[in-house]
Design a protein around this ligand. Structure first.
Ligand code: FES
Length: 340
């Protein structure tokens, strides 16, 4: 284990490792102190990025006693967290934060649609198991790049049977999101986890169908954008700061390392706390958050420092935190994703 165990965290140990697809690796981690992980929970673990200690969040796929299963996709363009996790060996120690559930499964709906894209399947496995185990009316649609990239396909088929539909892009298959929504019970709920593009499509189709926002719940892994990650410069004129953001780090990490204070919470592009004002951008903005609406993204007035980037070039910003100064924070147009 690298680094001190942060206050309130505990130590865990890797007890099993298996590849559930060629690019997704599952880790069994036994905790010193058992903790309840309802479906939709995630844990933060401490990672070592070449000597710099950082944290990463991973959904809990399942829990057996004090052992949690998490799954990590190997990301060639990651900020180093997935590479660290993929180097772990059975028996290695790991600092683990108390599990949190920000994507809770609400009960009582007459019908559930679970929609997953890629590694976004990870929080959905426990949801599907619980809903199927209770005899609830549930359907899951799951898209992946290829047939070999369906993680947990057999496990899911075991408890969902023909209520599971798989869509492999390399077979030319695609989820018809509007049709799936149309077929839902009027009071049905949709749970979604996947890459940003899929999430935006689901949000758009949901609104188009006139469905209530409170019945669409989602979680993102907030790292996929429209452009490959490239290094860029962030300028903060008020502080006289000019900071290089390397291709494998976030703007938030780079600003923090340079001593520029930015408030944050989720680090996944969901809460909006890290939003900064864009004064000027040279290069195309690559908004990777789900906090702001597509229209707000097009306006390019604010960006979430934890996940959003510039596709090369530079951006001049005004951080939200100004000591005693007030900051006119526009806020999101849509506030979906929270529990009702
Ligand atoms: S910290 Fe939550 S959106 Fe950036």
């Amino acid at each position: 284990m690298s680094g001190e165990i942060p206050a309130g965290w505990q130590s865990g140990r890797v007890t099993s490792i298996r590849d559930v697809t060629p690019t997704i690796r599952e880790f069994g981690i036994v905790l010193d102190r058992a903790a309840a992980c309802p479906p939709g929970s995630h844990v933060k673990v401490q990672v070592d990025l070449g000597g710099r200690i950082d944290q990463r969040s991973y959904s809990v796929v399942g829990q057996e006693g004090s052992t949690l299963r998490i799954a990590v996709k190997r990301q060639p363009e990651s900020r180093g967290g997935s590479a660290y996790m993929w180097r772990l060996r059975s028996g290695d120690a790991l600092a683990v934060a108390p599990p949190r559930c920000d994507f809770p499964l609400m009960h009582g709906a007459p019908h559930y649609l679970l929609l997953a894209g890629g590694v976004g399947i990870t929080p959905m496995v426990a949801m599907a198991a619980q809903l199927a185990g209770r005899g609830t009316d549930v359907r899951m649609v799951y898209a992946a790049r290829s047939a070999g990239e369906f993680a947990y396909g057999e496990e899911l088929a075991g408890f969902l049977g023909d209520r599971l539909a798989l869509f492999a892009s390399d077979r030319g298959e695609q989820i018809d999101i509007a049709d799936e929504i149309r077929r839902m019970h009027p009071d049905g709920e949709l749970y979604m986890c996947g890459p940003l593009g899929l999430m935006e499509a689901v949000r758009g189709a949901w609104e188009e169908a006139g469905r209530p926002r409170s019945k669409l719940r989602y979680e993102t892994f907030g790292s996929s954008g429209s452009h490959a990650a490239k290094a860029f410069t962030v300028k903060v004129p008020r502080l006289g700061a000019e900071v290089l953001v390397r291709e494998n780090e976030s703007m938030l990490d780079a600003l923090e390392a340079a001593g520029v204070e930015v408030v944050f919470e989720c680090r996944r592009g969901e809460c909006g706390l890290c939003a900064v004002e864009i004064v000027e951008a040279e290069g195309e903005m690559d908004h990777r958050d789900v906090f702001f609406s597509p229209r707000q993204h097009r306006e390019n007035r604010q960006m979430c420092a934890c996940v959003s980037r510039v596709a090369g070039g530079s951006v001049t910003i005004e951080p939200a935190w100004r000591g005693d100064d007030a900051f006119a924070f526009a806020g999101p147009e849509l506030s979906m994703g929270e529990p009702a």
